[in-house]
Design a protein around this ligand. Sequence first.
Ligand code: NFE
Length: 503
Amino acid sequence: MKINLGPLTRIEGHLNVETTVENNKIVDAQCMGEMFRGFEVFLQGRNPLDAQQITQRICGVCPYAHAIASSYAQERAYNLKVPPNGRIMHNLIQGANHLYDYLLQFYQLAALDFVDVTSILQYKGKDADLLTLKNWVQAELASGKAYPAAPFLPRLSGKYVNNADLNIGALKHYIESMEIQKKANEAAAIFGGKFPHSTSIFPGGCTQNAKIDLIASYQSLINEVRNFYHNKYIPDVLAIAKAFPEYWNIGASKGGFLSYGLLPLSPEQNSKKVFSSGVLTDGEISPVNFELITEDVKHAMYSSPSGLKVRDSTLTPSPKKSGAYSWIKAPRYQGHMVEVGSAARILVDYHQGNNATVKQLVQKFAAQAGIPPSKINSVLGRYLSRAICGAVIADFLLDESERIDLKGPTIADIKIPSSGEGFGATEASRGALLHYIRIKDQKIDRYECVVPTTWNASPRDDNDQPGAMESALIGTNVKDPEDQIEAIRIVHSFDPCIACAVH
Ligand code: NFE
């Protein structure tokens, strides 16, 4: 039996998922990106310095990652020598964005897959926010509508946390987390100019000045965010894990893992990073080589050639192409399907063993949950990975902000060459993000973005191998094929963003 899971809510953009269920098991799954955008097409012919501004408009959630990837690519193409302050400010802006995004993902987009929002009806206290929520849920439930409004409702039927106090506590954090997200965004805007789309990130650094009062304000905001991670976010993730231990065994993707590494420790392009880069296949780590990435379109709605390398990629939309079911391409690493994102970031770093804190946190939480670290590849593993990433990033940002040299420049002199090319790779919150720019006559000749959700929500490739999310769905047991809460929990754990995936 084929079931369409749409409309999918609490994700970004237009994603549809269709599963085929036999004997209460998903035996097939198709992820469908249902819109076309074309950023790479309309970037052609423009001034290259437009790129880090325009590509930020791919998304309102992870714009800084696009600006950073674009800046790295242009730094290569222009052969820029980035001053230390420039790279530090890039890190301060991008790191704060990760802190915002993990909070948004867990509390607003995913927690209500587990937390029972209807427990709020039992709330007897005086907290104004919780009373507003209570009235709202009451009215929605009383409305008799078949589909009460998002974001809190509708709910799929299944097991939820059944302790009213725990649910109400989590809902309180749901509301508080929005204030904390605001603080993370304010911190990013101190150096980034504004949120969501930064005006100050450029190849070679940042147009903001190095000033002591800016650093002090940044630190004070990040410190509050850090405290929320330690006192609320991490305990909430662990509480969900304790209540739903079966989700360590649900939603594993069935390929490798890719991370480009995050937060460089020095301005050079080949710098060591807080989170290491690497490709993890069959338990073996190898260095990332962009030349081994290809983009298949056999099942994507493009008539341009399939299997091209990133620098050769082209884009000819073909909405009626036979056998195609998605506007998302299928990137592959040396032909392998890989998962990207927080779990990939943690697994790749854990296997490299370069970051002692990551290693220690993974081991600590894995021991508490009674699971081996390999179970990071699961629904709960993706949530735990975001919590660990957030804790590590918050500490790093507080230290990194101390390294700003108040007398040093914050940006390199930019001179656009008549020709050149460059790759720029970073980790957006949702995973490995690559931009490629080629310049001819001081204009953009070709631009290509290979984006996290393009990897994770990809359709079948030229060899008919499923994408990471499809593979995670296939094999899952579902209690009620008509109401697949297990499948929705798997999809949400990837935090798909279709605006990014299609771009
Ligand atoms: Ni639109 Fe994005 C992130 C990027 S996901 S959210 O994180 O790049 O594909």
